[in-house]
Design a protein around this ligand. Sequence first.
Ligand code: PMV
Length: 350
Amino acid sequence: MILGRGLASGKVILFGEHAVVYGRPALAVPVTQVQAEAVVEVGAPGSGLTIVAADLGEQIVVRDAPADQPLAAAARLALAHLGLANPDWRLTVHSTIPVASGMGSGTAVSAAIVRALAAAKSKSVNQQTPALAPKRSAGASVSKSATRNTQYAVRNTRYELTAVELSALVYEVEKLHHGTPSGIDNTVIATGQPVYFVRGQPPQPFPIGRPFWLAIADTGIRSPTKITVGDVRLAWQQEQTRYETLFDRIGAVAEAARSAICAGETEALGPLMDANHALLQEIDVSCSELDALVAAARAAGALGAKLSGGGRGGNMIALVTEPTASTVADALRSAGAVRVIVTAVEQAAG
Ligand code: PMV
């Protein structure tokens, strides 16, 4: 029997990656075409919580897993937050988000696990204590705000997790993946909204003045963010003045991009993407495969293009229009992309 289900979308960083680790602003948006899903079912008596990572063919017994096993860590944090000991539940995780490629795979899996466990707690408590449940209609006060995905209405009692709580729990797991994460991935995935993010400040959702289109192309090269972030830190330690200047310039591009997006001046974004990519090349997080996809997209009519996320592999993004999207996507595939997603960036429904 299914006790609870949790979903979380992937994401891309539009502007500001790497510099965001050093306090500069960055912009990120959810990508709903790719998702992680976690499903909680009743497990065998005495089994405790078991996680089935269906895509990897792995089974993890949470009580025996090492502290840094990311799926078990997400589950332990969620159980502690929800006041659950170690229930006899079986949690199955699936994800269509490419791994280690800048689309928030690990973060989304953690968020889906936390959401599924919160939903399972709601259902199991309601099953155990139906007579005590208050008589109000399920979902009566469900907010239509950015937190809508993080609220669980099952019968009459529900365990609510705000986007801020979910983001904070997932951030703890992020530290295992990334070392020194800025917090942008957990923020955009927990809120499910376009986010303007500055480390240490409350995230600011920002309005999309006019929808625009992106082609997201995967080099097929897996590149763990922890490694590129670590390499940038070493380079920054050796050449602080130069790197601080580059980070300032990336931050200025991100600020200009936010203004253009809010004002609906989509055409201005292309040159800003190109400028951001050039700065990411200067901090040495691009690679020949990413540069080739960026060049192919521009040659096929994209208005601008850049790598997205940690770099040295993973994904790039190109600014396209509805008429140019399929030509650019074909050009990206011909240039070696293993997968291309075309997505509209628009205001989340709410
Ligand atoms: O998870 P990725 O690969 O999208 O990269 C995250 C963005 C970085 O700025 C490179 C790191 C961070 O923690 O912000």
